[in-house]
Design a protein around this ligand. Structure first.
Ligand code: SAM
Ligand code: SF4
Length: 475
C-alpha cells in the first residue's frame, strides 16, 4: 500500500534505499563488515554502535556484501511485511554463501530478538542471531561461528545503553546525526512488539549525551535528533543522586551546546508530552518547531483497547497546548493504524475527524498487522478483513495527502531558515535541506554549500516538498 508519496519509515530508511554503512578509508588488509539496516531510526543508530564495536576488532565497513567477511542485517519486527522483506533479502545471500562459504551472516535487532534460535532453523544461511542489547558480545559470537558453530545471544538487559561507545558515523551527510538517549519501552501498547524485542525502558547518562552533541558540533554537524521510543519519559539520576534530569532539562542542555546546532527529537508519546517540554522548545530557537505525536486512532474506545492510556479528548488537548504555546506554525506528524481489532466504520471515521482537527503536516500510516505474543494477539481476534483495512488505510492516506498539501501551501510566500543537507536528488543545480518544521526545501544552488543555513523564500510546493529561492544578500 505505497502508491502515494507518503512513505513508511521502512520505505524511506531500509527497503527502497537500503542504507549501507561505508567507511572504506584505510581499510586495506582489514576484515570487512557489510551492514544493512531496516525499520526505525533507532536501528540505524544501533548499526553505528555495531560498526564501532567491530572497528575495535579490526573490521572496516564496506558497501558491497561481496567484499565482506561479515554480513549483518539489523532488522525490524514491527509488522509482518518488515520481517518478510528481511527474509527475502536473506535469500539473495544464498549464492554469496555458496561462492564464499566463509562469509558469516548475522541477523541483529528486533527480528533476531523475537525469533531467537528459531531463526537459525528457519533460515539456514544465518550463522548468528544477536538481540539489541547484546552487541558488545558480537566479537565473541563471531569467534564461536569461526569454530564452526552457530551463535545466539538475545539476552535483554535492564542497564545497557551503550553510553560509552562512540558511534561510527557511516554513510552520513556530515550535517545531521542521531543520538540515542534511551532504549526499550515500558508502555505495552497492545498491538506492539517493541517491549518484547527491545526490553525495559532505560535512560542514558545525560552527560554522555551532551558530550556526543558537542563532539558532533565540533566535527561540523549542525543538527542532532534525540532518539527514544518515548522521549518524554526520559529520566536520569546521577550516581550520587544530586542531579535529576527529565526530558525538558535534557533538551535544554543539548540546545545550549551551540545556537547553530539544531535539535530535534522523536518520538513523543501523547500521554507524556509536558508543557515544560513545549516551553523549552519555545525558549530556544535552535530546538525545532516540529513534534512527531503518534495518535494510532482517533477513537477513545479503540485507544483504550490499544492500551495507549489516553483518549481522544486528551490527545486534542495536547494538540491545543502545542498550538497555544508554539503557534500554528509548529509542524505535527502522526502515526495511525487502520483496522485494529473490532474497529467499526464509525470508529474509523473518528480517526479521519481527528486528522481534520489537527491538520497534520505529515504521517506514517499502517494497516494493523497482528504480531505473535503481543497482548492484542492474545486477547483479541484480528477480525477486520484485509480489504477493509486497506480501504480504511487508503482513506487515511488520501486525507493526509490533502492536509500535507494544505500545510505546505501555508509555507508559500514566507522566508524559511533551511539547513542544507546536500544536492537535490532530482537536480545537481539545486540543493536540499529542511526547515524548522522538518519539511524538505529545494532551491537553486548559487554559492551555497552543505552544512550552511540559508534563508529561502518559498514560492511553490508539492505535498512532499517546498520549492523556493534563496534570499541573497545585497553584497
Ligand atoms: N514508540 C512510538 C510510539 O509510541 O508512537 C512508536 C514506535 S513503532 C516502532 C512505530 C509505529 O509503528 C507505531 O507508532 C505504530 O503506528 C506502528 N505499529 C506498531 N505496531 C504495529 C502493528 N502491529 N501493526 C501496524 N502498525 C504498527
Ligand atoms: Fe510500541 Fe507503544 Fe512503546 Fe511505542 S510506546 S514502542 S507503540 S509499546
Amino acid at each position: 500500500m505505497k502508491t502515494l508519496e507518503i512513505l513508511t519509515p521502512e520505505d524511506k530508511q531500509g527497503i527502497d534505499l537500503p542504507r549501507l554503512l561505508e567507511d572504506e578509508q584505510g581499510a586495506q588488509g582489514k576484515k570487512k563488515l557489510y551492514i544493512e539496516s531496516y525499520g526505525c531510526q533507532m536501528n540505524f543508530s544501533d548499526s553505528e554502535i555495531v560498526a564501532s564495536i567491530m572497528r575495535e576488532k579490526g573490521f572496516a565497513t564496506t558497501s558491497s556484501p561481496d567484499d565482506a567477511d561479515l554480513v549483518l542485517l539489523n532488522t525490524c519486527a514491527i509488522r509482518d511485511n518488515a520481517e518478510q522483506k528481511v527474509r527475502n533479502r536473506l535469500s539473495t545471500f544464498v549464492s554469496l554463501k555458496r561462492r564464499k562459504p566463509d562469509t558469516t551472516i548475522g541477523v541483529l535487532g528486533c527480528m533476531a530478538e523475537r525469533l531467537k534460535a528459531k531463526l537459525l532453523e528457519e533460515e539456514k544461511i544465518v550463522d548468528m542471531v544477536v538481540g539489541p542489547d547484546a552487541y558488545r558480545d558480537l566479537p565473541r559470537l563471531l569467534e564461536e561461528v569461526e569454530t564452526g558453530q552457530k551463535a545466539v545471544n538475545v539476552f535483554l538487559s535492564k542497564e545497557e545503553t551503550y553510553a560509552d561507545i562512540a558511534p561510527v558515523r557511516l554513510n552520513t551527510n556530515g550535517v545531521t546525526a542521531f543520538i540515542s538517549i534511551m532504549r526499550g519501552c515500558d508502555n505495552m501498547c497492545s498491538f506492539c512488539v517493541v517491549p518484547f524485542t527491545r526490553g525495559r525502558e532505560r535512560s542514558r547518562d545525560a552527560h554522555s549525551i551532551v558530550k556526543e552533541a558537542e563532539e558532533l558540533f565540533n566535527q561540523g554537524y549542525r543538527e542532532v535528533t534525540l532518539l527514544g521510543q518515548n522521549v518524554d519519559s526520559y529520566k536520569w539520576t546521577s550516581e550520587d543522586g544530586t542531579e535529576h534530569i527529565n526530558f525538558a532539562h535534557l533538551l535544554e542542555k543539548v540546545a545550549l551546546v551551540h545556537p547553530d546546532l539544531r535539535v530535534r527529537f522523536s518520538t513523543s508519546h501523547p500521554k507524556d508530552i509536558t508543557d515544560e517540554v513545549l516551553y523549552t522548545m519555545k525558549k530556544y530557537d535552535n530546538v525545532c518547531n516540529y513534534i512527531h505525536l503518534p495518535a494510532q486512532s482517533g477513537n477513545s474506545r479503540v485507544l483504550k483497547i490499544m492500551n495507549r492510556t489516553y483518549d481522544r479528548e486528551w490527545y486534542m488537548n495536547r494538540v491545543d497546548a502545542i498550538r497555544r504555546i508554539l503557534g500554528e506554525d509548529c509542524g505535527i506528524s502522526q502515526d495511525m493504524i487502520a483496522g485494529f481489532c473490532t474497529e467499526t466504520e464509525e470508529e474509523h471515521r473518528d480517526t479521519l475527524t481527528l486528522m481534520e482537527y489537527v491538520k497534520y503536516d505529515y504521517g506514517y500510516m499502517f494497516a494493523y498487522s497482528e504480531r505473535p505474543g503481543t497482548p492484542a494477539a492474545k486477547k483479541f481476534v484480528d477480525d477486520i478483513p484485509e480489504e477493509v483495512k486497506k480501504r480504511r488505510l487508503n482513506e487515511i492516506i488520501a486525507l493526509q495527502q490533502q492536509h500535507s498539501m494544505e500545510r505546505n501551501q501555508m509555507a508559500i510566500g514566507k522566508v524559511h531558515r533551511v539547513l542544507v543537507e546536500g544536492t537535490s536528488k532530482r537536480s545537481t543545480e539545486h540543493l536540499q535541506g529542511r526547515n524548522d518544521q522538518n519539511k524538505v526545501v529545494v532551491f537553486p544552488k548559487h554559492h551555497f554549500e552543505k552544512g550552511q543555513y540559508v534563508n529561502v523564500l518559498v514560492t511553490d510546493c508539492t505535498a512532499a516538498t517546498l520549492l523556493g529561492e534563496p534570499v541573497l544578500s545585497e553584497d
